[in-house]
Write a protein that binds this ligand. Structure first.
Ligand SMILES: *Cc1c(COP(=O)(O)O)cnc(C)c1O
Length: 392
């Protein structure tokens, strides 16, 4: 069954991913099962997507209930789940308005377009530059790869879009020097996810906010990976006491259903009027009904508190490993976005873990990333730590 499917896939699916040689058939909470009946504890969660784990009964119920009411009508009309989801996001964040789309890249596209439009509307025609960070990741569309500070993502697709510039993450002075009269926005992930779970230096995001205030530049937080509870707060910016002008979300918002969102303060959001931007599927009823239930479940079942507690415990266990193995260089992260930097290649460790029934992920060659469902249990963390202890 496995090889049959894999051979078939290799003939017909675009070769854009290097996949593990397993076919996942089903999942429940933090456990995935492949077509050969093997089980894995999932510390990847569909790349920080399945915050409530797999096939969560409340989300499954919300989807199937909505499926019997209405799938889709486009944004020519109002629909109830979309309005309710937007209201809840506004209530729980700094923002006043929400634009819905279908992915992280699209949310960042919307943010980039909004920032440019905001200054055009003010008559500042030449103010379209975006400053992003080295080692950032903002997506794979032309605009978002242009905003991504990693050569490997841009390579082969040049020329990239004009108006994107990069500075080192956590380099306050570099940012201050780089902002000029043509800069419209600074785009930053509060914690760099794909770049290696890189956390900001103390005071950095506060300084970025101040620099943006001083220069009248918009601040965009890409919380596509850090948002929706992952760091132990609903949004990562809450850790730092600063608010952006625009924020993008996707990944965990739909717990596996494709949804992206761009949130902004009224003054900025009002630069988008009828016809400025759009998406056929954006905020469609089934997906927004699921996302609404995700937010309600996180709150009612106190999942974010659990994430904070498990994150602290997990980090302590990883630090314990670091004390025992000289191949471990660094342990970092907030809540349940944790990284462990090795002094050697990470991929062989990932493969060994998979053989032993644990799915983890390696980024930037030597950084193991742990982004499990936020409902992960202590004993599941313990069993991974034991496995890593043996492998290392
Ligand atoms: C995953 C990710 C994106 C891109 O999201 P897609 O849904 O894959 O387009 C953008 N920014 C960050 C920080 C991400 O982690």
């Amino acid at each position: 069954m496995n090889t049959e499917i894999i051979n078939k896939a290799d003939k017909v699916i675009a070769k854009t991913y290097k996949r593990f040689p397993i076919v996942i058939e089903s999942g429940k909470a933090c456990i995935l099962r492949d077509t050969q009946g093997r089980e894995y504890i999932d510390f990847v969660a569909g790349v920080a997507v399945c915050c409530l784990g797999h096939t969560h009964p409340r989300i499954a119920e919300a989807i199937s209930k909505q499926a019997n009411i209405l799938f889709h009508v486009s944004n020519l009309f109002y629909t109830i789940p979309q309005v309710e989801l937007a209201s809840l996001l506004v209530e729980k964040s700094f923002a006043d308005r929400v634009f819905f789309c279908n992915s992280g890249a699209e949310a960042n596209e919307a943010a980039i377009k909004l920032a440019r439009k905001y200054f055009k509307d003010k008559g500042q025609e030449g103010r379209y530059g975006i400053i992003a960070m080295e080692k950032s990741f903002h997506g794979r569309t032309m605009a978002t790869l242009s905003a991504t500070g990693q050569d490997k993502i841009r390579k082969g697709f040049e020329p990239v879009l004009e108006g994107f510039d990069f500075v080192q993450f956590s380099d306050t002075e570099g940012l201050r020097r780089r902002i000029g009269p043509s800069t419209c926005a600074v785009l930053v992930e509060p914690i760099q996810g794909e770049g290696g779970v890189r956390c900001p230096d103390p005071g950095y995001l506060e300084a970025v906010r101040q620099i943006c205030n001083d220069t009248g530049t918009l601040l965009i937080f890409d919380e596509i990976q850090t948002g929706i509870g992952r760091t132990g707060k609903l949004f990562a910016y809450e850790h730092f006491g600063v608010e952006p002008d625009i924020m993008t979300l996707a990944k965990a918002l739909g717990n596996g259903l494709p949804i992206g969102a761009m949130l902004a303060k009224e003054e900025v959001a009002s630069a988008f009027g009828p016809g400025s931007h759009g998406s056929t599927f954006g905020g469609t009823p089934i997906v927004t009904a699921a996302a609404l239930e995700v937010l309600k479940t996180l709150e009612e079942e106190k999942i974010i508190d659990h994430c904070k507690e498990m994150g602290a415990y997990f980090k302590e266990r990883l630090l314990w490993l670091k004390n025992r193995h000289k191949d471990i260089e660094d342990v970092r992260g907030f809540g349940l976005i944790l990284g462990m930097k090795l002094k050697k290649e990470g991929q062989p460790v990932v493969s060994r873990c998979m053989e032993k029934g644990f799915l983890i992920n390696c980024i930037q060659g030597n950084i193991l990333r742990f982004i499990p469902p936020l409902i992960i249990k202590k004993h599941e963390i313990d069993s991974l730590v034991t496995c890593l202890d043996e492998i290392l």
